[in-house]
Structure formats: C-alpha cells, structure tokens
Design a binder for this molecule. Structure first.
Ligand SMILES: Nc1ncnc2c1ncn2[C@@H]1O[C@H](COP(=O)(O)OP(=O)(O)OP(=O)(O)O)[C@@H](O)[C@H]1O
Length: 356
C-alpha cells in the first residue's frame, strides 16, 4: 500500500458527559531495592520508584485524552495501570461505573476487558511473528466468542482488514512481510476485533516515519468517528498530541501539573513546565515573546524534590515552592498545580501555536 502523506485534522471537543473512565488517587510504586544480602552486608538502602503518585483523571465517551511529559514521568505506567497490566499501589480505576479493582467472576471481568484494548509503540513486538495476520486478528474474536462460525470469523477479519486499509489477501501473510505503518494497521485491526469502546494507545506512532505517522493518526481519528471510540493517548510528541487530542494532561514526576482542553493548553499554557515543553516544539511561532529555555534534567522518581517537584528547574520558584506541594486547582477552565499561577505571579501568556 502506498504510504503518501495526508493532512491530519483534529476532532472537535465534545460536550460534558458521564466519564467512561475515571482514575482517582491512582498510584503505582516499583520496589527497586538492592537484594536483601546487599542491603544487610553493604548497608544499601531500600529504593522505591514513585512512578505514578496520585493521578485523578476523568475521560468522557468519545474524547481523546492525551498524557504528555518527558521520558520517565509515568505516562506508560498510567497506560498499563488502566488496562490492568499492573495493579495499582493505591487508588481506583473505574470503567463505565465499574470499579476495576472489585472482585468479580471471570466472565464479568472478561466482559469488561473486551471493552478496552491497548495499542503499543512497537507493532512488531506486539504481533506474534509466527502467526499469519488472519489468525492474529481472529484471536480476540475467538477468545471473546464474538462469532458463531468460521465463516463469520472470516467475514469479520476481512472487514477489519479493509477498515484499516489492508486487503483480505494480506491475511495470509506474516507480520515481517509488512512495513512499520502496515504493522501498526494490523495492531489496530486486532485491537478493534473485540469491538472495544476504549483504546489505550501508548506512543502508537513514535516508531514510524513522519508521513506514515500522519496516516495512522488520521486512520485512528476516522475509526474514532465510525465506532464512537474513546482514546487515552500517550505521547511525548506535542505536535501529534495537538492534532489528535480533545484534552491534554501534562505529567511531571508521576503527577499531573496541568490539565486543559487542547486549544487552551497550546494557546494559553499556565504551568511553567507546560510552557517549557511547548517551547521545545520546532517551528513554534514565537512572535512577541522569549522562548523559555529547557533547564536541568528530570529528578529521580526514587527521591523526588520537596514541595513542587519542578521547583529545581523552575525560574519562578520561591521558598514556598520548595516547601509546599501545590494542589491541582481550577483556573479558568483548566487545572494547574503551581503556586506562581495561584498567587498571580505568573500571568497567562497568549501564544499562537502554528502547527505544521
Ligand atoms: N517495571 C518497572 N520497574 C521499575 N521501575 C519502573 C518500571 N516501569 C517503569 N519504571 C520507572 O517508573 C518511572 C516512570 O516510567 P514510565 O515508563 O511510566 O515513564 P514514561 O513517561 O512513559 O517514559 P517513556 O516516555 O520513556 O516511556 C521511570 O522512572 C521508570 O524507570
């Protein structure tokens, strides 16, 4: 299939609705302590990575909620918690009103699991190389008993292949016979095979060429419209996030520092970290203001700084920022965790973000 560049268009923000997914007080810690003997003989201390440190997010049906932030801030851990690949250390995940942590029968759990699927960054690693594409896509249909005959399975797989712009003839091939973009199409077809409502997409285009990225993003947005899908989208690529998202959550060291509708975040970023991240986008329209330089590195999530975790890198930090962790507070339709914003020391700054 020719992979020519196509323009991407962003979906319009939808109105308020009951959340499909609700994360409350979600935490995940990883014990990375040295072995017991090293601790006893060499006096090495225990170490715990605070990968996710209390996240609250509501995702409405049909929206694309994106999580952004530098490497190691906990985005992928949130994605894995949501689909149940990791159990939370604390907090709750609700899907369509059901607490995912509650005890329930295998069939009830399977019914919920069918409704949420995940797409990974590396489509090659997530596809069984020894299976033909047909069987890769048919497997969830069989596992969730979504078809009553082999003829129905075949029709369904062929329909899914067409939906992702592959052909029924591609079903007899193996994953290695496809390009990276085509493999991601196969992953998407497989994810859709169980008829999910919610897709968690962890950097689904970051391993692909730029022109292919645009095609996959457009396909994802088209499928969202056709099937009424809801997305949790993880990316470090702000240009991609700008195009695909309804709302964006900015993460720093396991916490949300800003949550806002996409346009508001890109036109009027409030948190100094969001401003710094946006200023890393190449070709950003800079009319009438100074670029905020990227200063310092992300501190260790094993031993995060006191107060606001961003304070060692923040040009606006004062004594209070070093001492006291700011809460995520409502501010003109967005939520921001920053003392400087709350105290009016950091006025909003209008930007004209011209995505290319
Ligand atoms: N299984 C694990 N065991 C120990 N530490 C982990 C594990 N998974 C993640 N971490 C740590 O948790 C922190 C958050 O990692 P995570 O992968 O969620 O971040 P991220 O924002 O998705 O980064 P990236 O964009 O690089 O994937 C990091 O410090 C990481 O090293």
């Amino acid at each position: 299939m020719p992979e020519s560049a196509v323009p991407v268009t962003r979906p319009a923000a939808r109105g308020a609705a009951q959340p499909l997914v609700r994360l409350s007080g979600l935490k995940r810690h990883f014990d990375v302590s040295p072995p017991w003997l090293a601790r006893v003989l060499e006096g090495k201390p225990r170490a715990v990575v605070q990968a996710v440190e209390g996240i609250d997010i509501e995702i409405a049906p049909g929206e694309t909620f994106s999580l952004v932030g530098e490497s190691g801030c906990g985005k992928s851990t949130v994605a894995r918690l949501v689909v149940g690949l990791y159990p939370p250390t604390a907090g709750h995940i609700e899907f369509d009103g059901a607490d995912m942590g509650a005890r329930r029968s295998g069939s009830d759990m399977s019914a919920i699991r069918r409704r949420m699927q995940m797409i990974f960054q590396d489509p090659y690693a997530s596809l069984n190389p020894r299976w033909r594409v047909f069987d890769i896509i048919a497997e969830p249909i069989r596992a969730f008993r979504l078809a009553s005959s082999s003829d129905e399975i075949r029709q369904r797989v062929e329909g899914l292949l067409r939906q992702v712009r592959l052909t029924p003839a591609d079903g007899v091939k193996f994953p290695h016979e496809f390009s990276g973009g085509q493999r991601q199409r196969i992953s998407i077809a497989r994810a859709l095979a169980s008829r999910p409502e919610f897709l968690v997409c962890d950097e689904p285009t970051s391993a692909l060429d730029v022109s292919v990225q645009a095609q996959i993003l457009n396909l994802m947005m088209e499928l969202q419209r056709d099937f009424g899908l809801t997305y949790l989208f993880i990316s470090h690529n702000l240009a991609v996030v700008y195009h695909i998202s309804t709302r964006v959550g900015v993460m720093y060291l396991g916490r949300l520092v800003e949550v806002a509708p996409t346009d508001a975040l890109f036109r009027r970023p409030r948190h100094p970290y969001t401003r710094m991240l946006l200023d890393t986008i190449p070709d950003l329209e800079m009319t009438g203001r100074q670029r905020m330089p990227v200063a310092g590195e992300v501190p260790s999530p094993i031993n995060p700084p006191s107060g606001c975790a961003f304070h060692p890198r923040c040009p606006f930090a004062n004594e209070r920022c070093k001492r006291e962790r700011p809460d995520l507070l409502e501010a003109e339709g967005t939520r921001v965790a920053c003392h400087a914003v709350a105290e009016g020391r950091l006025p909003a700054e209008e930007r004209s973000y011209a995505a290319r």
